[in-house]
Design a protein around this ligand. Structure first.
Ligand code: MTE
Ligand code: HPA
Ligand code: MOS
Length: 754
């Protein structure tokens, strides 16, 4: 089986929100955003917009009938600016017109007078000024303070870690359609249909049962639509309800890039202490998170940063301090890895610095400190097996690390202006929402009398292949061909209280729920045949659509079984609910067993740097990944390769630039560079651990969505490794991404500019 949307996608027939035939009288919304990043609104005039041909209405904060402030963790974000603006292009007003173009023209006719205030874009500066969204959090293990003296080497450093634009192909969009009796139906490109439903109800001041949110699929979310698809849906719903007409909002690329948050940039300080034998005795890190203007998901993102600050390494003395800092940028938000990558980077940087000081290879130092089964993380959870180390050992062996080491040395000895480097990156990523209550999944399975099946779950298809996974699971449990099964849109009227499709856990949670639902239907069906065949229901099974009693095929096939069940008045639909057992986490104490299990892997990246031009190529990326028993191999492979590509982009080309006044300068595809197919290595190899199970995942599988992102970090250190063979620098602050500009700077640290 392959991704069930693949044919629709490549032929352009898959439908997204605005591809569905528009209802009559569809109106269009466009947003007037703040011209400055910080200031007090002295006046606002939308009257000129109303004179633009085609413009029908304008909405501002004062037009909101219910709650004007939204937010899942803290409702601190006004839907439209309320008396002040706190980031450039913050929505101030919404213009409704009979065409998208007229609505956009309307926004150009809006005007506002704003008393400008200084903008803060740096989290260290925000912290200094007391601009924090939440008190500093501290995670501790052992006693770092008393151990520094017994270390042979203590190294400190600073990191300036960049953010990242989500760059989903489909920008944010929503269509809201008013229905009878004040109800509203919303088609949104969101990862969080229930949060969208709840927030629309609150903004409109109506009960949740009057709001139906339907999501067929997303053209990518990557975390960017976990929380930040909501506001656009609320706006469309607000206009639709007030005007009693269907309203659609589609952000263009530049608006989407300027108005929505991104991966959180961080500033970090680290301190690492080691013995001369290379054992890490202590690690300390301070995280200053650039949270943007409002809370959004900054709190749980920061929490995961803290949990993953020691990544895959066993360290007995650890102190992690972290604070979300309020800046004049759109609220930064979830992005594949959810703070995990930002947690892991400083330790990898610290290990790189330590390797230089100890005059050892970076990968040797890593291997000396990889955590093994039995290790307890600083938040109380144990590593329960040795598969992390297994992926490392297999990568070292299968990818011939020693051969690569000698080939690289030989190349660097014989080339003066071109250098090669490589780096390994182990990843140990916890699977579960750290907010334990979110770990729940639901599935509704319908078997129709012609033997076809429909499955609806709380999971959102955003390209990651959850629809295909749900179909594959039904197919395996029922014992029928996947072509008989369809996966429906995700809909709040069919499934209630849906957790966001996030934390890589969506297939796990909803897949396990689907198994429960399928089994319930099957058990009723089996009773029907057992009676007829005069055998025990436990002897009945279905393989390839044929009913078996023990080892023997019977005359019955699936379709007959379905019909017999129907005529026997046996239920052919069921709802399954699943919540993983044995997880809990106390966020105040920072202690517990937050994760159902871990997904592991190790990645090797090779790079070549052109030491004259500062350009580089990523030559190879090779991964050993623990997938448990994968559900659909091509879908899983797509997730590993896609995550890796995004991770490589984050640490190399993708650079968010802000002007001092808080304006985003990299606001389009022409000034923000994403990696493309050509940039990615030709030599891309992904191996999966063989014969491994995972009792926690459906059919023995492991969550795969986010962990591969962090493999990309190897690309940074591979390039850095190549640079180190050309020049030796000790920069004050380790800067990521390693753009060609940054590479050139590191190659010639003492270059004198006249
Ligand atoms: N893959 C595609 N093609 N598109 C996406 O938007 N999102 C990623 C990952 N893979 C994403 C993707 C993120 S951030 C997460 S959390 C997971 O998919 C969510 O899906 P899952 O929980 O089913 O793995
Ligand atoms: N991961 C992703 N999304 C989330 C999480 C998480 O741990 N917690 C809340 N939303
Ligand atoms: Mo993914 S960042 O948890 O949507």
């Amino acid at each position: 089986m392959r991704h069930c949307d693949s044919e629709l996608h490549v032929s352009g027939r898959s439908e997204y929100v605005d591809d569905v035939a528009p209802p009559a009288n569809l109106l269009h919304a466009a947003i007037f955003g703040s011209p400055v990043a910080h200031g007090i609104i002295r006046s606002l005039d939308t009257s000129k917009a109303l004179e633009v041909p085609g413009v029908i209405a304008a909405f501002t904060f004062d037009d909101i009938p219910g709650e004007g402030y939204i937010g899942q963790i803290v409702a601190d974000e006004p839907l439209f600016a309320d008396k002040k603006v706190v980031f450039h292009n913050q929505p101030i007003a919404m213009i409704i017109a009979n065409s998208h173009e007229a609505a956009r023209k309307g926004t150009l006719a809006c005007s506002t007078k704003i008393e400008e205030l200084p903008a803060i874009t740096c989290p260290r500066e925000a912290f200094k000024q007391g601009e924090i969204l939440q008190e500093l959090r501290v995670f501790e293990k052992g006693d770092v303070d008393s151990i520094w003296d017994s270390c042979d080497h203590v190294i400190t450093g600073k990191v300036d870690l960049g953010g990242q634009e989500h760059m989903y192909l489909e920008t944010n969009r929503c269509r809201a359609v008013p229905m009878e009796d004040g109800q509203i139906k919303v088609f949104s490109s969101t990862q969080s249909p229930s949060a969208t439903q709840k927030t629309i109800a609150s903004v409109l001041g109506i009960p949740m049962n009057k709001v139906e949110v339907d999501v067929k699929r997303l053209g990518g979310g990557f975390g960017g639509k976990e929380d930040q698809a909501t506001q656009w849906a609320c706006m469309a719903a607000l206009a639709a309800r007030s005007l009693n007409k269907p309203v659609q909002i589609v952000l263009n690329r530049v608006d989407d890039m300027q108005m929505t948050g991104k991966r959180h940039p961080y500033k970090q300080d680290f301190k690492i202490g080691l013995t001369k034998e290379g054992k890490i005795l202590a690690f300390e890190v301070d995280h200053y998170q650039n949270s943007g203007a409002f809370m959004d998901l900054s709190n749980p993102v920061l929490e995961r940063t803290c949990l993953h600050s020691t990544n895959s390494y066993a360290i007995e003395n650890v102190r992690i301090r972290a604070v979300p800092c309020r800046t004049n940028l759109p609220s930064n938000t979830a992005y594949r890895g959810f703070g995990g990558p930002q947690g892991m980077f400083p330790l990898e940087a610290a290990i790189a610095e330590a390797a230089k000081e100890l005059c050892v290879e970076r990968d040797w130092l890593q291997s000396q400190n990889i955590a093994q089964g039995g290790y307890t993380f600083h938040y109380g959870q144990n590593l329960e097996d040795n598969r992390l180390k297994q992926t490392w050992d297999q990568a070292v062996a299968d990818f011939d690390l020693e051969g690569l080491r000698s080939r690289t040395k030989e190349y660097n000895d014989t080339h003066t202006m071109s250098k090669k480097g490589f780096a390994l990156m182990p990843v140990c990523f916890g699977i579960s929402f750290t907010k334990t209550f979110l770990n729940q999944g639901s599935s509704l399975v319908h078997v129709y009398t012609d033997g076809t099946v429909n499955v609806t779950t709380g999971g959102i298809e955003m390209g990651q292949g959850i629809s295909s996974n749900m179909i594959a699971i039904c197919s395996r449990i029922f014992g029928i061909n996947h072509e008989r099964i369809r996966c429906n849109s995700t809909n709040t009227s069919r499934i209630a209280n849906i957790s966001p499709s996030a934390a890589s856990a969506t297939s796990d949670l909803n897949g396990n729920a689907t198994i429960i639902a399928c089994r319930e239907i099957l058990s009723g069906m089996k009773k029907v045949v057992a009676k007829e065949l005069k055998c025990d229901a436990s002897e009945i099974s279905i393989k390839d659509g044929q009913v078996y009693c023990g080892e023997n095929a019977t005359e019955l096939d699936w379709n007959t079984l379905v019909l017999k069940s129907y005529f026997s008045r046996v239920q052919l639909m069921a709802h399954g609910f699943y919540a993983p057992p044995n997880i809990s986490f106390d966020p105040i104490k920072g202690w517990g067993r937050p994760f159902h299990y871990y997904t592991y892997g190790t990645c090797l990246v090779e790079a070549t740097v052109d030491c004259l031009r500062g350009t580089y190529s990523i030559d190879a990326a090779k991964v050993v990944h623990d997938l448990g028993r994968g559900i659909i191999p091509t879908v899983d492979l797509g997730q590993v390769e896609g995550g890796l590509a995004q991770g490589i982009g984050w640490v190399t080309l993708e650079e968010l630039k802000y002007a001092d006044d808080g304006r985003l300068l990299s606001f389009a595809l022409s000034n923000y560079k994403c990696p493309d197919g050509d940039f990615l290595p030709d030599d891309l190899e992904v191996k999966f651990l063989e014969n491994v199970d995972n009792p926690g995942g459906p059919l023995g599988s492991k969550a795969v969505g986010e962990p591969p992102f962090m493999y990309g970090i190897a690309a940074y250190f591979a390039i850095r490794n190549a640079i180190d063979s050309f020049s030796s620098t000790n920069e004050d602050e380790i800067k990521c991404p390693m753009t060609p500009e940054q590479t050139l700077h590191l190659l010639y640290p003492n270059f004198e500019y006249d």
